[in-house]
Design a protein around this ligand. Structure first.
Ligand SMILES: NC(=O)c1ccc[n+]([C@@H]2O[C@H](COP(=O)([O-])OP(=O)(O)OC[C@H]3O[C@@H](n4cnc5c(N)ncnc54)[C@H](OP(=O)(O)O)[C@@H]3O)[C@@H](O)[C@H]2O)c1
Length: 250
């Protein structure tokens, strides 16, 4: 298969780093995006199989920074075949126990990064995507889009919106043979989930799945690789539940 150029947002840690490893293993060239963890992003970059991988910094709340970062990646690689919208935040702000100021801050941050950031980077990346059937956008959503997120309602809303965003642009980009899909995981062993998984609620969370565990990042990475495959145009518009049967919906 031709070597593709992959931009993974939030590739410095957790699921994003695992996705970067999976594509690199398959021979692709990776841009690892991060916001502040440069040494960690550099380490991940150096550890990837193959050559020509780079890191790229931008705060996804800053539309101009996103554009500059995507232009740099496109200049380096000549094109962007695959965008993985993975970067995201989960901020606690239960409605019954949050001040109005905290509430507004949590919504601005969460929607700004998880949704508007992903929308802006998608627009910028599209300018550099070949229209030959090899280009894909994969969004990392969440089971929380469907199940509800009482601790972080803005997170649930952002993940429901990324599903609608992905389905909308799947229709818009089909004439260009660009496929767009969304993965909707349950809990995954990463820093984002560690506070809950390592705390008193951890066993209860693992028991949500009849497998009595949560996902590993490498399991998600394989699913993302499948969704982004050039052979997988017909998956466009799909939302893949990926939660160990912990939350089933029709
Ligand atoms: N972990 C779970 O249980 C779980 C479950 C379902 C869905 N997800 C989704 O999976 C995705 C990855 O989650 P994860 O658990 O791997 O997260 P994580 O370990 O907390 O990593 C978050 C990533 O997002 C980046 N990021 C944070 N704020 C940013 C900002 N303002 N601008 C740009 N990038 C920013 C971070 O960059 P730095 O390293 O530079 O800070 C980091 O690379 C997220 O979309 C999350 O919602 C996670």
């Amino acid at each position: 298969m031709t070597r593709r150029s992959i931009l993974v947002t939030g590739g410095s840690r957790g699921i994003g780093a695992a996705i970067a490893r999976e594509f690199a293993q398959a021979g692709d060239q990776i841009a690892i995006h991060y916001v502040s963890a440069q040494p960690v992003a550099d380490e991940v970059c150096k550890s990837l199989v193959g050559d020509g991988h780079i890191t790229a910094q931008a705060d996804l709340r800053d539309a101009d920074a996103i554009r500059t970062m995507v232009e740099q990646v496109a200049k380096e690689f000549g094109k962007i075949d695959v965008l993985i919208n993975n970067a995201g935040v989960f901020v606690d702000h239960p409605i019954e126990a949050t001040t109005y100021e905290q509430w507004q801050d949590a919504w601005a941050q969460t929607i700004g990064i998880n949704l508007i950031g992903a929308a802006n980077i998608s627009w910028c990346a599209l300018q550099h995507m070949p229209k030959n059937g090899t280009s894909r956008i994969v969004n990392i959503g969440s089971r929380g889009a469907f199940r509800g997120e009482p601790l972080s309602p803005a997170y649930g809303a952002s993940k429901a919106a990324i599903v609608a965003f992905g389905q909308s642009i799947a229709k818009a980009l089909a004439p260009m043979h660009i496929g767009v899909t969304t993965l909707a995981p349950g809990f995954v062993e990463t820093e984002m989930a560690s506070r809950l998984l390592d705390g008193p609620e951890g066993d209860g969370i693992r028991a949500q799945s009849p497998f009595n565990r949560v996902a590993r990042p490498d399991e998600l990475a394989k699913a993302v690789y499948f969704l982004a495959s050039p052979d997988n145009e017909w998956a466009s518009g799909a939302v893949l539940d990926f939660n160990g049967a912990s939350y089933l919906r029709m």
